[in-house]
Design a protein around this ligand. Sequence first.
Ligand SMILES: [Zn+2]
Length: 468
Amino acid sequence: MQIKLNFLGAAENVTGSRHLLEANGRRILVDCGLYQERQFRARNWDPFPMPADSIDAVLLTHAHLDHCGLLPKLVREGFGGRIYCTAATSEIAKIILLDSASLQEEDAEFKRRRHERQGRKGPYPEVPLYTTDDAKACFPLFAPVKYRESVNLGDGVEATFYDAGHILGSSIIRAKVRQTDEERIIIFSGDMGRPDRPIVCDPTVFDEADYVIIESTYGDRVHKGPKDTKEMIGEVINSTKKAGGNIIVPSFALERAQEVLYYINELLLEDAIPHLMVFLDSPMATSITKVFQRHSELFDEEMTEFVRHNESPFNFPELKTVATTEESKAINHIKGTVMVIAGSGMCTGGRVKHHLVNNITKPESTIMFVGYQAIGTLGRGIVDGAKKVRILGRKYPVKARVVRIHGFSAHADREELYKWLTELKKPPRCLFVVHGESESARSFGDYVREKTGWEVTVPAYQDEVVLD
Ligand SMILES: [Zn+2]
């Protein structure tokens, strides 16, 4: 067999997912993600390691930016093939890519003005990594596929998408390569979800594979029980209502906002919380929620049941979606407790900043964090217990109650990843551990090797391996 795998990203780090599969003269790229860690961001500017027009097709596992965020640049560099993914992934990816492009444009403009003021030149060019037009140029290339229907990529190479249970439309991709009378199965886990999460189905399991490329974001830890996530949210709402303040929820627009709504809907149906107004104050989260509503065929059993009984978490009577900034500002004049879910998830921008300004100095209000807060962000400062924070150019004392809700992780932990692998009836020829910080990837690799004796590799950036 002559199959080559090139690890062009998410190798000993968690973002910039890109794996190149070369077989039978076909070049197939699995994911084309943006690097988001500060120390690797310069790689976003590097030209693609081989001519972009020599790539025959892209297989996209899901719509997170670290998996799809470099597609506009690949297309600008000459890629003109199809981008295969589920319909939900293509619809969400379009929203995500447009948002990313406008952030790139704003960033470049901001940098240009700052450098002009300071009379100096920065390390990166003052042009956007890609523009809104570059993002739009990808759209006609999206080729939606259904789960479990195989896609013929030509010359004996095919791919099939299976539900990964990570975010709506997310996929595990199973590639099959045939050469004369032999064939090999290569499974790309993409980002792997967890069993029993709201809205999405559980990750698909497989009983055979010759090679597995597995993520390891949380390959070195075991999640704390997520069971009380809903109870914690209920407690926050009830105690804040009693105190007479508001609940501000900085949230990512994709999946997390919809999950928060899911839990609130459940709490309302159980009469465990009062009937307070809930504002989804994020145009992007609203657009993405519409994609969720269009793809109810992807929901798990419980969610399907809600929809069947007209109890959807996306249109309960207390939920109001906020479109304009005027409407957003008007929320501050409402008397009594309200809940506001707004972006950005780490409070680095977006409407949540205005809601923080209006609530962070009030001891009766609660800032409820539901996602990861990276070092250096306003959100991280608040969860780390800063006494004062700077928001929109002014300093404010932090008087509001700050709460972190755990149990929202969309990534499988060590035990869940291991259990998924052990569904294989016989050992793969090799397991490649990717998409994890070096320590996490190595720790997971060692764990699997010790328990099973399998051949396990943690590839480094740009490593190339030949599969036999
Ligand atoms: Zn992801």
